[in-house]
Structure formats: C-alpha cells, structure tokens
Design a protein around this ligand. Sequence first.
Ligand code: AP5
Length: 227
Amino acid sequence: MANEVLTRSPVVVLLGPPGAGKGTQARMLEEAFGLVQLSTGDLLRAAVAAGTPAGLAAKAVMEAGGLVSDEIVLDILADRMAAPDTGAGVILDGFPRTTAQAEALDRMLSARGQKVDTAISLEVEDEAMIDRIAGRFTCSDCGEGYHDTHKQPARAGTCDRCGGTAFKRRADDKAETVRERLKAYHAQTAPLIAYYEGKGVQDRVDAMASIAEVRRALQAVVGRVSA
Ligand code: AP5
C-alpha cells in the first residue's frame, strides 16, 4: 500500500553503477509511491532461469559482466511495459544503459503520451561498490535485498518482508566481474547523464550516504516530479 498519494503517473529512471543502490531504493519507492519497479537485470535473470532463447543468449554476457544486446533488452522491456500495471507510473532500474536504449525508451513513452520525468543519478565511489556487492544477498522467495553489514534482516535468517528463510547470492557478484560491470557502466551508461541533462530532467543524489538518507533524497525528487 502506497504511503503517498500521487496526482500523476511519473516515469523515473535510476542511473548508477553496480552496487549504487538502484534495486534497494527502487523497492522502497515502489512501496512509498505505489509505482512499479522495472528492473531489466531481474527480467534478464528470469529469462536465464526459464531457459528462453533471450535468456540463453544473455547468460554468458551477464556472467562476464558485459551488457546484453540492445535488441534483447528492448524486446524484454517492451513486453513488460505493455502490462496494464505500468500505467500507475514506473521506476526503471538498470534501464536504459546505452544511448540507443534511451532513444528507444523515449519513442516507447512518446507513443503512450509520456516522457521520462526524472533520471536520477546515484553518485558513488567505485571502490566502495566492490564491498557493497560482495556482501549482498537476497531473499529467494520475494527478492528483498540485504547486505552482510549494511542491511541485515531484523531477525537473522528470516526475511523482513515475507518471512522467507532461504537466501541467495548472484553469480555475477564476484569482485573480478564487478570490475567489468563498472567498466561497462563508465563506458556505455554514464554518458546518459549528459543525455538527460540535455533534456532538462537530470537529478543527482549522493548515494554514499546511508540507505535511509538516500531514500529521503529520492522521495523528495519523486514527490516533486509527481506533483
Ligand atoms: P543489474 O541487475 O541491473 O545489476 P547492476 O546494474 O550491476 O546493479 P546491481 O543490481 O548490482 O546494484 P544496485 O545498484 O541495484 O545495488 P543494490 O540496491 O542491490 O544488471 C545485471 C546484468 O544484467 C548487467 O551486468 C548486464 O549484463 C545485464 N543488464 C541489465 N540491464 C541491462 C540493460 N539495460 N542493458 C544491457 N544489459 C543489461 O545494492 C547493493 C548492496 O549494497 C546491497 O546489499 C544493499 O543492501 C547495499 N546498499 C545499497 N545502498 C546502500 C547504501 N546507501 N549504503 C550501504 N549499503 C547500501
């Protein structure tokens, strides 16, 4: 149940390198504003687990820390965007990641009479991201994210959100793969900050702050663009 009442359905893009907190914060924004989180990483991992042709093509690229082809990602995202729940407003987590994806998103939204309302860059230091990712684990049942030191479940071994007791770690969370993912971010995704600055919708949040402080800063931005 959302805590905040929105007068319009915003499209929010979360930009940031691996470990910046996109997934953690997207889930909190989803709860606070009743928006729908669309994570291309989650959609791709589901395709890999289901063994679909897209999943089979994406698996090796993801394990190496590279970016999956625009064609595959755009197909998966367009399918998800077609679902009626996205009409409530969306938080795009990990998409777009290339200029071609950003342009395709603009076209997709324009056909629905929408546009990106804010692209929020989560600003972090690369070295700290290795620690954040190495300590990350998630609930196997509901996907809630945790960290060995920064965000532990209130009761050890039990998920705060769903009460599940099984947890898992991601195959691409090894330090050497994270370095490749950071390189891909700086080469292919960071240029999107200038792309969205050019459109007058770029916001920045200091994501080296605590999870609660980052949450407050993001809620202020999303509240502003939803008013
Ligand atoms: P994806 O799943 O999107 O991964 P990512 O972008 O690398 O981001 P992460 O999920 O690792 O980090 P996050 O920013 O969500 O951080 P989190 O909140 O978990 O993509 C995976 C792969 O899929 C890509 O490498 C690529 O191959 C492919 N892919 C996906 N989308 C694609 C696209 N559009 N195009 C092409 N390929 C695509 O936080 C991390 C940890 O830190 C957690 O444990 C959390 O508790 C902790 N934490 C969070 N915030 C804080 C804080 N403020 N202080 C302390 N700890 C914190």
